[in-house]
Design a protein. Structure first.
Length: 315
């Protein structure tokens, strides 16, 4: 698609300042949103209503740079800047002091050693147990890559759940939460790495998103099931809150809050749920699951339930 002519704001440059910060400079005041793909250590900044200047200045990345790659892409009316840090480094937002600039802090996440005097060296401050300063939600789109999940007529569970999960992440970020995805692309990912991503990022809650299926002779079955691990009261509370929100906003059939020994919810230390967002084997539910506005409504309901849970347990 070609760009509308009225986009006048440009991204003019990226450069390092003297404080270990990467500064994105624009020609006029900008807003932005950010996301972190922890699995690939890529921090992305999306700046709406801008284009990339033809005279863009970019930094030269030396051999010792903690940044491995910087990519700029025009996506519709937005510029997306993706910054991949090397292992042991992370990129953090800093408070804005200039409406035309975004300063990103590079932070070493190598284990902190104690200095000779016995006082710890400076380290990122932990709030809610993580370094984002916000409560963090781990989002786990089920399956991926060669593991397509449930299928029907060439439609794959892995694709539907990724779309719902991305809506979920965006909505949670708009609510003020930090988000980490176990996968944000169509990649093969085992169950244990999903758990490790949630643990390492010190997520407050874990939400796995799936689509259900049954045999062809049970195509009349439809509805929502929300799972928690057996014997977890917080997981059960989270499941109940999310389940209620989904039923209220989608009107889908209530298949109940259930407990099950699914690996990802049994092995995560934080309250964890697995949402079966509907049956791919039920033709009318499949049609709804493929509808982008239904996917968004589903994500919004899950986000509301998560928000309700985190607000009720904030201490
Ligand atoms: Zn599944």
């Amino acid at each position: 698609a070609s760009l509308p002519i009225d986009i006048l704001t440009t991204i003019d440059g990226l450069s390092f300042n003297g404080y270990g910060q990467l500064v994105i400079q624009a020609s006029r005041a900008i807003t932005y949103r950010s996301s972190l793909d922890l699995a690939n250590n890529i921090y992305s900044v999306t700046v709406p209503a801008t284009r990339i200047s033809s005279q863009l200045r970019r930094p030269i990345l030396g051999a010792n740079s903690p940044i491995e790659q910087i990519r700029l892409n025009q996506v519709g009316d937005s510029v997306v800047i993706s910054i991949k840090a090397i292992a042991g480094w992370q990129i953090k937002e800093t408070p804005r002091t200039n409406a035309q600039a975004i300063a990103l802090q590079l932070v070493s996440v190598v284990p902190v050693k104690t200095s000779i005097s016995g006082t710890p060296r400076s380290q990122p401050r932990l709030i809610y147990g993580n370094t984002t300063g916000r409560q963090l939600v781990a989002i786990d789109p089920g399956h991926g890559g060669p593991d397509v999940g449930a299928t029907r007529n060439g439609i794959y569970e892995k694709d539907i759940v990724l779309l719902i999960s991305k809506h979920l992440g965006r909505i949670l970020q708009q609510m003020g939460y930090a988000v980490v995805y176990t996968r944000s692309e169509d990649i093969d990912l085992d169950l244990d790495p999903r758990v490790q991503i949630a643990e390492k990022s010190r997520a407050s809650v874990f939400v796995s998103v799936h689509v259900n299926s049954l045999d062809a002779n049970a195509s009349q079955v439809s509805g929502i099931e929300t799972y928690h691990a057996p014997g977890t009261s917080l997981g059960k509370n989270l499941a109940e809150m999310v389940h209620e929100q989904i039923l209220a906003s989608t009107g889908a059939n209530d298949r109940g809050v259930r407990s099950a020994r699914f690996y990802v919810i049994r092995n995560t230390s934080m309250p964890a749920i697995l949402v079966e967002t509907g049956y791919i084997t039920n033709p009318s539910e499949l049609a709804r699951l493929l509808n982008p506005s239904y996917q968004e409504r589903m994500a919004e309901a899950i986000a509301k339930g998560v928000d309700q849970f985190l607000k009720s347990y904030r201490r």
